[in-house]
Design a binder for this molecule. Sequence first.
Ligand code: MN
Length: 133
Amino acid sequence: MRITRAGEQPSVRANADWFTGEVWQNPIITAPDPARVGSALVTFLPGARTNWHHHPLGQTLYITQGVGWFQTEGEARIEIRAGDVIFIPPLERHWHGATDKTTMSHIAMHERDGESHVTWQEPVADADYLAQG
Ligand code: MN
């Protein structure tokens, strides 16, 4: 077994190529082969969100703090809150983030297909981000 103690893994500022606004990631696990699971605790400051993207094997989000927004392409934006669990099927195009006024944190869980667990696409335009369901 291997234990990683609190504080051993620095928080990582999310890559601005794939996120809008200020987003911090606390790694939980990137399991070695033959396991595929990856997980991180992700915190979005108000206004921050992912780019549009999809996952080859899907993704589960467990909201741990705050209130955020989630949208699957072609559907209304929804509000997500601490305690909610969201499963996103493989290849479903979507984004997730904070609301414009509140922070949101979630634990993201996903499996990699080969080297990748995500395909990043373009930023979410303000008009889409702010659109009321
Ligand atoms: Mn996702």
